[in-house]
Ligand binder design. Sequence first.
Ligand SMILES: [Zn+2]
Length: 104
Amino acid sequence: MEATCDKCSRKFEIKMKKRTHGIDITEHYFICPKCKKRYTSYVTDQKVRSLQKEVRILSKELREHAAYSSPATYKEKVDEVDKMHKEIKKAMEKLKADITKPKE
Ligand SMILES: [Zn+2]
């Protein structure tokens, strides 16, 4: 995957790196090879990672049970997965904001 740097307009191939903050926060990021600007792609913590795991399990169940679940049960599960996706997104946005905010 290619990216163009906002700062120096250099086009480069993205090489994802990760580093940890504190005990359980993992930041996934890449760096412009020319000006070294850091781009945070996404950030996870223990809570996000366990939610992601739950979503994977639920989604798998959903696919496997789709054929014989009642429409009401199926809809309930779809809603649940959807809710969890939103929760993960919100949690990741908050983590990213916390990590990327300028130090005072
Ligand atoms: Zn750059």
